[in-house]
Design a protein around this ligand. Structure first.
Ligand SMILES: [Zn+2]
Length: 376
């Protein structure tokens, strides 16, 4: 199977290069905002209800007359920006994402080049048209045929993401199937009893983050010290995000290499974040906000997404099954009752007296449901 994979590296730039990259970010931001404003107008007047990149490209000529400086930029960068907006609209029409918003300066800045580039891995550099050669920190080998290059900026650092098309080879999975229970106390529990404890980066750095936030409040607006603190805080958040990513990727890698069929519960994260039905009343009253944060901390959604695409790469399959009553059902006699769980960690069936770790029981139920699902 042919797959797209991106390889991301940090860039080493001089001031002139930084300026030219920033200019391109600005161009992408302008095009994207202008196209969105144009589409909003069309929508209000009722002339066009769906965004189409071809219409926007036709409109481009009049924008170029109005803003002659647009001619200085590469057409491919403008084209890719319009395509990205179209993708955002596609997600909106499919009800996956909210309505596209206007881009702000300094937030998620990037541009893409799809032709005329060169990558020299042995020299740790790549060539972008009109920008020239730029060096990157080469931390891994790029495989496959390179399709496009995206330059992005985050937390005072510039990155290059190289998208390549390559052949994914199915692996020999040592084990056939597994059920996974996701939770707050334990990040993931497998049906064979293996438990993965959560990373909870936020918990680890909470005190430091709170200290910085408090200091920030007392600083004068636009002062140097305030800006410095803001940088520090941004750095901390980016560090936490990287820790999470690392944890999730390593775990999903391990599981998709080991098990061919992975059954995972389809939790409604939004509902859980507000109701907190996994905790006792006292704990719930304690701090609902904390619970919300800890759930976001887990990044279950991202985990399931990774399981899905990595399973596909490796010739396996990841299947979502209903999570209703997985924590209350007895895996032996299938009796469902909330009395089966006297307290958080323990499962004890009221009817047949089967008892086990509650998370393992959840995983066993997920496995049983997954098997039925896989057969049908
Ligand atoms: Zn039972």
């Amino acid at each position: 199977m042919m797959i797209y994979k991106s390889f991301k590296f940090e860039l080493i730039l001089n001031n002139e290069q930084i300026r030219s990259l920033r200019k391109n970010f600005g161009c992408v931001r302008f095009i994207s905002n202008n196209a969105l404003a144009w589409h909003n107008k069309c929508r209000e007047s009722g002339s066009k209800l769906r965004f189409d990149s071809r219409d926007a490209m036709r409109e481009l000529e009049s924008w170029k007359k109005e803003f002659p400086w647009l001619n200085e930029y590469q057409p491919q960068i403008i084209k890719e920006a319009i395509r990205d907006l179209e993708t955002a609209f596609k997600h909106y029409y499919a009800k996956r994402l909210a309505y596209p918003r206007f881009k702000a300066k300094g937030v998620k800045e990037s541009f893409r080049v799809s032709e005329g580039f060169k990558v020299e891995q042995q020299n740790n550099r790549c060539y972008l048209p009109e920008i020239g050669w730029i060096r990157y920190i080469n931390s891994r080998e790029i495989k496959g045929t390179i399709r496009s290059i995206t330059i992005s900026y985050k937390c005072k650092k510039f990155f290059i993401s190289i998208l390549a098309l390559l052949e994914a080879k199915p692996v020999n999975h040592p084990e056939r199937e597994v059920g996974i229970d996701l939770g707050i106390a334990q990040f993931a529990t497998l049906s064979n009893g293996v438990i993965y404890t959560p990373l909870s980066v936020y918990k680890k750095y909470r005190i430091y983050a709170q200290k910085l936030e408090k200091q920030l409040k007392n600083k004068q607006l636009y002062s140097n010290n305030r800006e410095k603190l803001k940088d520090k805080l941004a750095k901390l958040h980016s560090k936490m995000a990287n820790c999470r990513k690392d944890f999730l990727h390593k775990l999903s890698d391990k599981l998709t290499k080991r098990y061919r069929q992975i059954y995972v519960e389809d939790l409604k994260i939004n509902r859980m974040a507000t109701s907190g039905n996994l905790l006792s009343k006292k704990e719930l009253v304690d701090n609902k906000k904390e619970l919300n944060k800890s759930i976001m901390d887990q990044a279950w959604y991202e985990f399931r997404r990774q399981l899905e695409y990595k399973s596909n790469w490796r010739g396996g399959k990841s299947i979502k099954v209903s999570s209703v009553n997985t924590s209350k059902e007895c895996p032996i006699c299938h009796f469902i009752s909330s009395e089966n769980r006297p307290y958080r960690g323990l499962f004890k069936c009221v009817r047949c007296h089967y008892s086990n770790n509650a998370d393992v029981v959840g995983a066993l139920n997920v496995l049983a449901r997954g098997r039925i699902f896989a057969k049908s």
